[in-house]
Design a protein around this ligand. Structure first.
Ligand code: C2E
Ligand code: CA
Ligand code: CA
Ligand code: CA
Length: 273
C-alpha cells in the first residue's frame, strides 16, 4: 500500500509540475502576443426587446483560437491582466468613439468592458479609466464597466474602486448576476446600474419552472431599484419572447448577434419573434 501511495504522490507531483509548466508557457506566449499586437477585440450587440435594435455593445477579447475563459484567468494569476486590461479599455473606448463619429444615431449608446477582480483591486485603476476617457474624448456615461459578483464580494479596495467609478459617472454592471454568493445583498452595498442576468436563468425559460420564477423575481428587483436588466445568452426567438413578456427590455445572445469585429449598425434589429 505504501508503494502505491508513493507512486500516486509522485504522479501527482508530476501533474502539478506539468500544469505549472503549461501555465508558464502560456504566460510567456501571452506576454509576446501583447507586445506583437496579437490580441483583438470583438463586440457583441446588446439589443432592445422586442425590436432587436442595437443599444449597447460588449467588448470581448480574442487571442487566436484560445478561449478568454482560459487565458484571462492565467493573465490574472501572472499579473499580465493589468497591462492587457488597459489595452482592452483603451481599444474599446477608441472604437466606440469612432463608431459614434461614423454611425451617428445608429451607433451604440454605450460600450461595456469586462474588468477582472485583479484589475479592480490594482491601485490606480480608477485613474486609468479616467485618463482613458479623457484621452479618447468619451463621456463617462457611455462606458459600462462589467464586474463579477466575486470581484466585489468581500468589500475592500474593489468596492471602493467601483464607488469611485460610479462617482465619475461610469455605469457599473454586475456580470453573471445570480450565480454568486450574495447577489441580492451586494445591491445594498455596491452602486450598480446594470444587472446582467446570467444565461442559466434564461435557459429553459419556456419550461415555466424555477428558471421563470427567478427570472421574474430578478426583473422585479431590477425595476424596483430603478436599475437596468440585461438578459444574457439568449439563443432562441422563444426565449426572447418569454423575456419580453416577463418585462425584460434588453437582451444579449447568439439569437441577436455573435461577437464580431464590427456589428451591423444600421438600425435594423433581429425581432424577438
Ligand atoms: P462573459 O463576460 O460572461 O461574456 C459572455 C460570454 O458568453 C462570451 O464568451 C460570449 O461570446 C458568450 N455568449 C454570448 N452570447 C451567447 C449565447 O447566446 N450562448 C452562449 N452559449 N454563449 C454566449 P467569451 O467571449 O468566450 O468570453 C468568456 C468569458 O471570458 C467572459 O464571460 C468573461 O468572463 C471573460 N472575458 C472575455 N473578454 C474579456 C475581457 O476583455 N476582459 C476580461 N477581464 N474578461 C473577459
Ligand atoms: Ca461580461
Ligand atoms: Ca456574463
Ligand atoms: Ca460568464
Amino acid at each position: 500500500a505504501a508503494k502505491t501511495t508513493k507512486a500516486r504522490f509522485r504522479r501527482y507531483v508530476v501533474e502539478l509540475d506539468d500544469r505549472a509548466d503549461e501555465e508558464a508557457r502560456l504566460g510567456a506566449e501571452m506576454r509576446a502576443a501583447l507586445d506583437a499586437g496579437q490580441f483583438t477585440l470583438v463586440y457583441q450587440p446588446i439589443v432592445s426587446l422586442p425590436d432587436g435594435e442595437i443599444r449597447y455593445v460588449e467588448s470581448l477579447v480574442r487571442w487566436g483560437r484560445s478561449s478568454p475563459a482560459v487565458f484571462i484567468p492565467v493573465a490574472e494569476r501572472n499579473g499580465l491582466i493589468v497591462e492587457l486590461g488597459e489595452w482592452i479599455l483603451r481599444t474599446a473606448c477608441a472604437q466606440f468613439v469612432a463608431w459614434q463619429a461614423a454611425y451617428g444615431e445608429f451607433a451604440p449608446e454605450r460600450i461595456s468592458v469586462n474588468v477582472s477582480a485583479r484589475q479592480l483591486a490594482e491601485p490606480g485603476f480608477v485613474e486609468v479609466v479616467a485618463d482613458t476617457l479623457a484621452g479618447t474624448g468619451m463621456a463617462p456615461g457611455h462606458l459600462i464597466v462589467e464586474v463579477t459578483e466575486t470581484a466585489v464580494f468581500g468589500g475592500g479596495v474593489a468596492v471602493r474602486a467601483v464607488e469611485e467609478l460610479h462617482e465619475l459617472g461610469v455605469n457599473i454592471a454586475l456580470d453573471d448576476f445570480g450565480t454568486g454568493h450574495s447577489s441580492l445583498g451586494l445591491l445594498q452595498t455596491v452602486p450598480v446600474d446594470v444587472l446582467k442576468v446570467d444565461k442559466s436563468f434564461v435557459d429553459n425559460l419556456a419550461m415555466a419552472g424555477r428558471h421563470a420564477v427567478i427570472a421574474t423575481a430578478l426583473i422585479q428587483v431590477t425595476d424596483g431599484l430603478g436599475l437596468t436588466a440585461v438578459a444574457e445568452g439568449v439563443e432562441t426567438a422563444e426565449q426572447a419572447r418569454s423575456l419580453y413578456e416577463l418585462g425584460y427590455r434588453l437582451a444579449q445572445g447568439y439569437h441577436f448577434g455573435r461577437p464580431v469585429p464590427e456589428p451591423a449598425f444600421n438600425g435594423i434589429g433581429v425581432a424577438a419573434g
